[in-house]
Design a protein around this ligand. Structure first.
Ligand code: F0G
Length: 352
């Protein structure tokens, strides 16, 4: 049967029933792609598979949770969904609200949203509220908005979001026929690492896989509250998607780390941008900077000798590179001034 979205595919693991009218854009079923050239480039002797969440309908993993969240909001008779966002949640909420026939309002840190994400929220028709503050300020405001009548919060503090996002772990196990030994994932508001760990545990409990992965989460060094064990008042990183100083799912992420025997570490902006360019150049995969934190983490864990030969690794690539064209262009030194429209001038550039 054709793919019908994550709710239909994993219905028995999700909080829905026969009467539920599903709001979906047929999210999920994203590729799990091996990247041997990247592994060679870093001298690894493990297998690495990347979960390309960029190939969801709005270009990020958020769609998995948003199908559940908007389905629930619609069922409950909400009129407007609200979220704080570093960009992707707002894009996804806006799209799924349009699909559900509801209004979306998104509270965003002014000047810190990648261009493509802003374009998405606009074109899907969300009411955009830029604030002179960061994501953490925006989320505090949204928590208060949740008390208003007819309003449903669709940040990952809404448990339906986590329920939907756990389906990525199911898909990885289905594709591999087993659980990975290690799972690498970026950590921002910490909902996704929480969701994956829940998914892996539920599949294990259901007897679908015999083992559990160690969860290796990665924050940006300038926005690493869990690593530093303190709230970061002014988080800063090139990976704007994970520019968060006080994650909502902090304790759940720590539990995922500790229960799985894993790690939550940090990677610098330099390490993130190196991984960002390497995966594009070696394997033809263009992700946004926050997603490259997963891969910077693989490089770092490998350098530390933490990844035994023959291990099976998976890493989540959370969002599409096209969402943030400014960063791609700014890290590239290959954009040249125009030349004369002659064969010799063109050949000179190609050969040079
Ligand atoms: N990668 C991308 C591309 C993201 O957009 C986010 C979070 C993360 C990683 C981190 O996931 O928050 O579950 O730990 N973006 C949120 C947003 C905060 O508003 O779009 P997390």
């Amino acid at each position: 049967m054709n793919w019908q979205g994550v709710i239909e595919q994993y219905r028995r693991y999700l909080p829905v029933n026969e009467q539920t009218k599903v709001v979906t854009l047929l999210e999920g079923n994203t590729p799990l792609i091996p990247v041997p050239r990247f592994v060679d480039a870093i001298g690894g002797r493990f297998e690495l598979y990347l979960k390309l969440e960029a190939l969801n309908p709005t270009g990020s993993f958020k769609d998995r949770g948003m199908t559940l969240a908007l389905t629930a909001a619609k069922t409950r008779g909400a009129e407007v969904v609200v979220c704080a966002s570093t960009g992707n949640t707002s894009a996804s909420a806006a799209a799924y609200a349009a699909r559900a026939g509801l209004r979306a309002a998104v509270v965003l840190p002014h000047g810190k949203i990648a261009l493509g994400k802003l374009a998405q929220a606009l074109i899907y028709g969300a009411r955009i509220v830029p604030i002179d503050g960061n994501f953490d300020d925006a989320l505090n405001l949204v928590r208060a908005l949740g008390d208003e009548p007819g309003v449903e919060i669709v940040n990952s503090i809404n448990p339906f979001r986590i329920e939907g996002q756990k389906t990525a772990a199911f898909e990885i196990c289905d594709a591999l026929g087993r659980a990975p030994d290690f799972h690498f994932i970026p950590v921002g508001n910490a909902g996704n690492i929480t969701a994956y760990w829940k998914g892996y545990k539920e599949y294990h409990a259901a007897g679908r896989v015999g083992t559990l992965p160690r969860m290796f989460g990665w924050q940006a060094a300038g926005a690493a509250p869990i690593v530093e064990n303190r709230v970061i008042a002014q988080p800063e990183t090139v990976a704007t998607a994970i520019r968060i100083g006080n994650p909502a799912s902090w304790q759940a992420a720590v539990a995922a780390r500790d229960e799985s025997g894993g790690v939550i570490g940090s990677v610098t902006d330099g390490e993130i941008l190196h991984a960002y360019q390497l995966i594009a150049a070696r394997d033809g995969i263009f992700v946004e900077p926050a997603s490259a934190a997963s891969l910077a983490g693989v490089i770092k864990a490998h350098a530390a000798g933490d990844l035994p030969a023959g291990s099976v690794l998976t890493a989540t690539l959370t969002g599409h590179g096209l969402k943030d064209p400014d960063t791609a262009i700014s890290v590239s030194d290959k954009l040249r001034p125009p030349v004369k429209p002659t064969l010799s001038a063109v050949l000179e550039v190609i050969r040079g």
